[in-house]
Design a protein around this ligand. Sequence first.
Ligand code: SF4
Length: 206
Amino acid sequence: MDELCFPLLALSRLRMGTDGKGVTTLVAGAGCPLSCRYCINRRLLKEAPQKSVTAEELLESVRIDDLYFRATGGGVTFGGGESLLHAEFICRFRDMCPPEWRIAAETSLAVPREHLLAAISGVDEFIVDCKDMDPDIYRRYTGGDVRLMKENLEFLLASCGAERLLVRVPYIPDFNTAEDQERSAEALRKMGIMRLELFEYVVRPE
Ligand code: SF4
């Protein structure tokens, strides 16, 4: 088997209530197609990853919390950066880790469709940060095109069902308003998204 590696930026253990159900370990990887103005990882994303790990090596690093994962229904959450750039790696990790662990992926869905196709079999829950559903706000904030995110969201909804999707809708100071945030939430409800979380970005001075 070839050496499929993950560009590890950081690993954070024993998290609760931030990355999906139960106790989770957040595994952050390098690379992202967007350029969000308040991205807390912007500096890190531009640098070379601290290290590259195989699925076996990552499993060894996170196995220490096996009992917590099993007891709480938690597991490993891949973040970033854009986790779905590493969909193939995530699926290999899923195949190797205990089946009771829950595997989640935090994503903007600003990725080509093939990454979604690769991720579906290995990811139990997609945690989507949609930014904003308005094309102009989305472009101003991320530099990207909202159509890619919307089309990918529709595809995931049709392929996996609403239960496996949590969509987070941010209030982004200076980029959208509470009304814009609610408009985005309403558009998502109309699409059939059932699990929504509205929250506010905390903006740190650069
Ligand atoms: S999608 Fe996330 S990691 Fe990528 S630039 Fe935006 S905030 Fe940063």
